[in-house]
Design a protein around this ligand. Structure first.
Ligand code: SAM
Length: 220
């Protein structure tokens, strides 16, 4: 089936699941997800599920991408920090909806592949960095919005610090096996946290996250 038709069908499913932000739906109908998945999985690119992208990592489920993006409430003028570049798909969706995206990935091969793809697709408002994103990227702080696409045990202190007052952080928080998608607003009186739904992400590994993969416990 033609990919444009598959994208429209996916967008229809997102509407049925409750995504209402027209700008988010529009971005999801434009970004070619098939370019962000491994060639052998292209026929599954528009299934509403996470897929492996190599290095033990995943491209997130489209519904979760749409929901997290909707929770960021972007208007188009923002600078957004994304932690966990992965395939680059979420970064491309953000780039459609804000002024500038800084995206950090700890695994250099994934970051390099995403950067090549951003160039091929003509994105000029995405900066790729390699490093421990749980510490943010101070050089370009403060950020209007921050999105973490890996699961953390708690709100990483450095990310909260690098968020501008009035800004918003969207992040999965919880134990190794059960996370809550959390929306954290930075207010004069401290973080205001709203839990949105259960979710499952690969772990945020770093100084402000898990010190090693918490799913590789002795019982496994
Ligand atoms: N946003 C991605 C996409 O659209 O494909 C999905 C990302 S995948 C679910 C999570 C990513 O976070 C993985 O690529 C992983 O290597 C990365 N990651 C985990 N801990 C990190 C850290 N401390 N800093 C930067 N990236 C990290």
């Amino acid at each position: 089936m033609n990919e444009q038709i598959e994208r429209q069908q996916l967008v229809q499913q997102l509407v049925e699941r409750g995504i209402t932000d027209a700008r988010v739906l529009d971005a999801m109908s434009r970004v070619p997800r098939e370019r962000f998945v491994p060639p052998e999985l292209r026929d599954q690119a528009y299934d509403d599920c996470a897929l492996p992208i190599g290095e033990g990592q995943t491209i997130s489920q489209p519904y979760m991408v749409a929901l997290m993006t909707q929770e960021l409430a972007l208007e188009g003028t923002e600078t957004v920090l994304e932690i966990g570049t992965g395939s680059g798909y979420q970064g491309a969706i953000l780039a459609e909806l804000c002024r500038h995206v800084v995206t950090i990935e700890r695994l250099a091969p994934l970051s390099e592949a995403a950067r090549r793809l951003f160039d091929e697709l003509g994105y000029t408002n995405i900066t790729c960095r390699v490093g421990d994103g749980s510490l943010g990227w101070d050089a370009e702080a403060p950020y209007d919005r921050i999105m973490v696409t890996a699961g953390a045990p708690d709100i990483p202190a450095e990310l909260y610090r690098q968020l501008r007052m009035g800004g918003r952080l969207v992040i999965p928080i919880g134990s190794a096996r059960h996370e809550m998608l959390s929306v954290v607003d930075k207010t004069e009186t401290g973080p205001r946290v709203v839990e949105v739904c259960d979710c499952t992400f690969v772990p945020l590994i770093g100084a402000g996250g898990w010190h090693e993969d918490p799913r590789r416990g002795p019982e496994e």
